[in-house]
Design a binder for this molecule. Structure first.
Ligand code: NOJ
Length: 544
């Protein structure tokens, strides 16, 4: 595999609205991001994925764009954006922009014109269909935010298609003019010196609505190859597609270098294991054996072809330590265990803001404290079909996107030091204990563990390029594997349970003297024939 810079990058995702508010309007902003670049440099990351900061009515917190080349007023100005590029660049940090081109906002000038009349030059930028003879929507495709994906437009007498909220009309990717507009806009950002794109729900752009196909349509890969050719293909930037429907086979189509599509994709198989029947509002416990099988499958299948992205959480998902660890008595231990497990895998790791200090889910008692459009819509949709309030609140506490969106906890002062005003969403009440200031001053904190992991990736090629071999594959609670590259052998062991686990170690991994690279309890100095792991114990050693 030809080596490239993003193979050993570590990406940090910023959700600007919740990161740091520099002007006390209660909403995080670009100047807030700039003022925290030294913090990120200290952590050691070298790429920031910035969730959308473009002009937007904020129906979906910026994933509804009304101006692709303008910055939303609450986030700052284009000057602020340029200063961010410059200041990040000075610290060797690249900025990956969020590219949301499956849909626009209903306030985007294209859509405003398109819904004016059937003759608008922008009409075909969107997807319009007549009602059925009975006066119904063209078909039963569901919106991902609940309800039918077709919205009736009174003025022009047709339905338009929206896979997300009705304020997020889908662009018509069958129209070559849409390609040209989007590619032009992408090139404009590339010219500004960005480090890459994260491509929002990109597996939906090959949709064929009349056939009922939304994800992974036949035109998807040709479209991405065209996009690659006409925009970033020659630029050596990082591109990561959000692809909920990807299997390893599909991920190879996107990320095999010779196909000239994307650097990598986010797959969600390990995430949706706790969603009964794919429904996040039906949470079920994690089966670790299944979870290990999924992670192992992705490691093995993309070993020589394609590239993995590695993540436990993002702005749409619950906090890693709450979902996969124990955010109560073993918060620190399990947050470190999860970090070690992920950062030694093959692929590019992504850290979501606050993960590096072990931030946890929140459990607001009142629905009115939730801000997320998806959470609020599904509460209505589900309770209307008879699901109880108690069930929905429990599901919301586990899986609402607002778990990730409460403000970043900087210190123990009011509103966690996020804002001097009133935050747009309430801060998690655990901020007096869990915050950046406390983490920085404690050499044993989750923060320092992440910092060490990032340093290790830079100094051990086996972490980046080593082969992956699972160990104790059938064990119910322990996830372990070996990475090997040019004679260097790393052995990574993680106990995912709050019970002690005792294991028999295969002879080839035993050793009187091992070099421990990182651990969350006492560092082991030898690997004996029998090993006992404490609750959530995890370590990585170099075998001699
Ligand atoms: C995926 C984004 O991550 C999510 O936040 C957003 O709501 C949808 N795409 C629609 O853009």
């Amino acid at each position: 595999m030809e080596k490239t810079w993003w193979h050993n990058a570590v990406v940090y995702q910023i959700y600007p609205r919740s990161f740091y508010d520099s002007n006390n309007d209660g909403i995080g902003d670009l100047r807030g991001v700039i003022s925290k670049l030294d913090y990120l440099k200290n952590l050691g990351i070298n790429v920031i994925w910035l969730s959308p900061v473009y002009q937007s009515p904020m129906d979906d917190n910026g994933y509804d764009i009304s101006g692709y080349q303008t910055i939303a007023r609450e986030f700052g100005t284009m000057e602020d954006m340029e200063r961010l590029f410059k200041e990040a660049n000075e610290r060797d940090i690249k900025i990956v922009m969020d590219l949301v081109v499956n849909h626009t906002s209903d306030e985007h000038p294209w859509f405003v014109s398109a819904r004016e009349s059937r003759d608008s030059p922008y009409r075909d930028y969107y997807i319009w269909r007549d009602a059925t003879p009975e006066g119904n929507p063209p078909n039963g495709i569901d919106s991902i935010f609940g309800g039918n994906a077709w919205e009736w437009d009174e003025k022009t007498g047709q339905y338009y298609f929206h896979l997300f909220s009705k304020r997020q009309p889908d662009l018509n990717w069958e129209n070559p003019k849409v390609h040209q507009e989007v590619f032009k806009m992408m090139n404009w950002w590339i010219e500004k010196g960005i480090g890459g794109f994260r491509l929002d729900v990109i597996d939906l752009i090959g949709k064929e609505v009349d056939k009922g196909i939304t994800g992974n349509g036949e035109r998807l890969h040709p479209l991405l190859q065209q996009m690659n050719r006409e925009t970033f293909g020659s630029k050596n930037i990082l591109t990561v597609g959000e692809t909920w429907g990807a299997t390893p086979e599909i991920a190879k189509l996107y990320s095999a270098p010779e196909r000239n599509e994307l650097s990598m994709v986010f797959q969600f198989e390990h995430i949706t294991l706790t969603w009964e029947g794919g429904d996040k509002w039906q949470p079920i416990p994690l089966d670790l054996k299944e979870f290990k099988d999924v992670l192992t499958k992705w490691q093995v299948e993309l070993q020589d072809k394609g590239w993995n992205s590695l993540f436990w959480n993002n702005h749409d998902l619950p906090r890693a330590v709450s979902k996969f660890g124990n955010d109560k008595e073993y918060r620190v231990e399990s947050a470190k265990m999860l970090a070690t497990t992920l950062h030694f895998l093959k692929g590019t790791p992504y850290i979501y803001q606050g993960e590096e200090i072990g931030m946890t889910n929140v459990a607001f008692e009142q629905l009115s404290d939730y801000r997320d459009i998806e959470t609020r819509r599904f509460y209505d949709v589900k309770t209307a079909t008879g699901v109880s309030h108690e069930h929905m609140m429990d599901a919301i506490h586990k899986n609402s996107r607002d778990n990730a969106r409460t403000p970043m906890q900087w210190n123990s002062s009011e509103h966690a030091g996020f804002t001097g005003g009133t935050p747009w969403i309430t801060v998690n009440p655990n901020f007096p204990q869990i915050n950046v200031e406390a983490a920085l001053s404690d050499s044993n904190s989750v923060f320092h563990h992440y910092k060490t992991l990032i340093e290790l990736r830079k100094s051990h090629e086996a972490i980046v390029y080593g082969t992956f071999t699972p160990v104790w594959q059938d064990h119910q609670y322990v996830f372990a594997y070996v990475r090997e590259y040019q004679g260097e052998q790393l052995f990574i062991v993680s106990n995912f349970s709050e019970q002690e686990q005792t294991l028999q170690v295969p002879t080839r991994y035993q050793g009187d003297q091992v070099e421990c690279l990182i651990s969350n309890y006492a560092a082991p100095s030898a690997i004996d024939a029998t090993m006992t792991l404490a609750p959530y114990e995890s370590f990585a050693v170099k075998l001699k």
